[in-house]
Design a protein around this ligand. Structure first.
Ligand SMILES: Cc1cc2nc3c(=O)[nH]c(=O)nc-3n(C[C@H](O)[C@H](O)[C@H](O)COP(=O)(O)OP(=O)(O)OC[C@H]3O[C@@H](n4cnc5c(N)ncnc54)[C@H](O)[C@@H]3O)c2cc1C
Length: 628
């Protein structure tokens, strides 16, 4: 599919456009055709030859190359392309048609080398990060002035998720004053949430306090409610709790559960499930502003119920630790209620019908974990109730786990059916009441507990920010549109990464892998002190080292390691990617790989040890079913 690529070249301008399609090769081997247009047609001092060199160099950095026959033309010249092959402009709302001639074939060897080059780059980056980390750990003196004696530029990071955590681990605090603002004072390893919701791992084992990741940053427990890009300030709001501790939310939330403790867009709507005590009552709101030199928006995404009536009020979500805690309590509570002597058989069947909405990785993993809980632990404690238990997975599309290869999708489906999970594809939920789920095809499903795992939407902060930046509104996206260096288009000094950001010509999946890599990339971009206002971030004065050689900042490139998902019955699926090669695995051995990868990918040694002990504990003693 032809896509727009902002040429991003500082001296490519004064009425000039580069036209013509560029046949290009993505570093990971995806092939595409890219029409090239300048972002700044009116910039003075245009030097065509230099521009062409810079573009070629940039494309080389990106693993792309220019097509033969491409040329620079003035804007007032008629472009040398067919009228129906004009490049797509942001906000056009339509795709540009196919290029006039097919791109030349690409050698697999060349692509593989690019992939290995990327792996090598990352290895060097990691080495550099480790050196920085050690220097900070043992030699940092707590200097709040830069080496020149001037105050340091201030970097404000919004969010303590994958983006925020990766950044604070790597950022050079000798060069920046770092302020992190988030309603959650810890990093959460979301991939472990389905396991923690059913008691295999403890909640605290999947979290790391953000100040533990880097004790030299400043952290404010508050919600960012706006970013004023003209004044370069972040507007924040913090809730004051009865006991003086801080939490966050809006004025209308006073007296309601805190945003920090439930899924973002449903926090005020779940009185039915609220387990909070009076000590959490919010008694006041504090508002303040934080000026920034650079601001990184990494606020992730919110639960999306697609405005399905009754979903917010009656479903459980799986996004934050309190969500997982509520699910764990509710599963046990349902068994206890069904176990009461006066509960009728009909009521037992309804209560013990667990429904999961969404056939993506989160929904499938949760259904798999629920099955394991039933056959490994519920069978011991509630044996006589098991005949009433049913698990249903509803998926609106025709297949589950669509991110995976078709053969793996089929294996996952078979595994779930073997586990007696009723998988209903092509079943769109249209309404949910306290006791029934209504499907588009007219079916009505009585249920006891419904977990909604069917998609994510934008955070309010992101929606507001998009509306306040004219350039962003033209893209008509629900995420902040960033350029190849993760700079928010139309907002100087603002960067965005992770679930809340997208790049028009290379949209990436909303995953932890992408968010973590983008956070680390941004920290390195800032550490290396490129000119971030230049079209291509560049530095003229720097010391070349064997690790850090580049004068121009390389655009962000995602290095995919593949996909992993747990599918229940101690089986997992893996689609491991190495450049063009993809290895597909599934079964019990893959389950061991899944566990090893999750243990290794924990963000600290403490978490690795805690998770491993939790697994051992659950294997020996079973899941903890105490209700608090
Ligand atoms: C149950 C579950 C399982 C998953 N499993 C996987 C998996 O196996 N593999 C995978 O790759 N991905 C997985 N994901 C997706 C992955 O977790 C996300 O893609 C990733 O968390 C995105 O990182 P992020 O930094 O953009 O946002 P997040 O990690 O969501 O962090 C957002 C941060 O911003 C904070 N915040 C929110 N609003 C504001 C505000 N207004 N002001 C300041 N701070 C704010 C939040 O408190 C949070 O700290 C899973 C997600 C879930 C929910």
């Amino acid at each position: 599919m032809p896509l727009l690529y902002g040429a991003s070249c500082s001296d490519m301008d004064e009425g000039y456009l580069i036209t013509g399609f560029v046949s290009s090769v993505h570093a990971l081997g995806r092939q595409r055709q890219v029409p090239l247009v300048s972002r700044k047609p009116n910039t003075p001092n245009f030097r065509p030859q230099r521009s062409a060199r810079v573009v070629q160099r940039t494309h080389k950095l990106r693993g792309l190359r220019l097509c033969e026959g491409e040329r620079l033309v003035k804007t007032d010249e008629k472009p040398a392309v067919q009228p129906d092959t004009q490049p797509l402009k942001p906000g056009d709302g339509k795709e540009s048609p196919a290029p006039p001639s097919p791109p030349p074939p690409v050698e697999t060897r060349g692509r593989r080398r690019t992939y290995l080059g990327l792996v090598w780059d990352r290895t060097l980056d990691t080495f550099e990060d480790a050196l920085l980390h050690l220097r900070r750990q043992f030699f940092w003196q707590g200097e709040f002035l830069s080496s020149s004696g001037r105050p340091k530029p201030r970097l404000v990071i919004l969010g303590t998720g994958w983006v925020g955590h990766a950044m604070v681990k790597i950022i050079d605090i000798d060069k920046y004053e770092v302020i992190v603002i988030s309603p959650r004072n810890y990093f959460l390893f979301q991939p472990m949430l389905p396991s923690s919701a059913l008691g295999i791992v403890e909640f605290r084992s999947c979290c790391e306090p953000i100040l533990r990741a880097n004790p030299f940053i400043i952290y404010y427990e508050a919600e960012a409610v706006g970013v004023d890009i003209q004044r370069r300030v972040v507007k924040c709001r913090a809730k004051v709790r009865r006991r003086g501790a801080l939490s966050v939310g809006s004025e209308s939330d006073v007296g309601a559960p805190s945003l920090a403790e439930t899924s973002q867009d449903v926090h005020a709507l779940q009185p039915r499930f609220s387990t909070k005590s009076n000590t959490d009552e919010i008694i006041g709101i504090r508002e303040f502003e934080v000026p920034y030199t650079y601001c990184v928006v990494g606020v992730g995404s919110a639960v999306n119920t697609f405005n399905t009536p009754g979903a917010k009020e009656n479903c459980f979500f799986l996004k934050e630790i309190p969500d997982a805690r509520k699910i764990r309590s509710e599963v046990v509570r349902i068994f206890e209620e069904a176990n009461l002597p006066e509960t009728s058989d009909e009521e037992r069947s309804r209560l013990l019908h667990f429904v999961v909405v969404g056939g993506g990785p989160t929904g499938v993993e949760f259904a798999g974990e629920l099955h394991d809980f039933l056959v490994e632990d519920a069978v011991k404690y509630y044996k006589k109730l098991l005949k009433y238990v049913q698990v249903t997975l509803l998926q609106s599309g025709q297949s589950i786990l669509t991110q995976f290869d078709k053969s793996l999708q089929d294996r996952a489906l078979q595994n779930l059916r073997d586990a007696e999970i009723n998988v209903r594809t092509g079943s769109r939920v249209v309404r949910i009441t306290e006791t029934e789920i209504y499907l588009q095809d007219g079916a009505v499903i009585p249920y006891g507990m419904c977990v909604w795992a069917a998609g994510v939407g934008p955070q309010k902060l992101v929606t507001d920010l998009i509306e306040s930046i004219p350039a962003q509104t033209t893209f008509k996206k629900r995420q902040l549109v960033v350029d190849d260096w993760l700079r928010v288009i139309g907002a100087e000094g603002v960067f965005a990464a992770g679930d809340c950001a997208t790049n028009l010509h290379e949209p990436l999946p909303a995953t932890a892998q992408v968010a973590g890599q983008q956070g680390a990339y941004l920290a390195r971009l800032l550490n290396r002190e490129y000119c971030l206002d230049c079209d291509i971030p560049e530095r003229t004065e720097y010391t070349r080292t064997w690790i850090d050689r580049a004068r121009f900042a390389k655009p962000f490139q995602f290095l995919s390691f593949g996909l992993l998902a747990y599918i229940g019955r101690e089986r997992a699926m893996a689609q491991i990617e190495m450049g063009d090669t993809s290895v597909k695995l599934s079964g019990t051995l893959t389950y061991l790989i899944w566990r090893s990868v999750y243990a290794v990918k924990q963000v600290s040694m403490r978490n690795r040890i805690l998770i491993t002990f939790d697994w051992i504990k659950a294997a020996i003693f079973g899941r903890d079913i105490s209700q608090f």
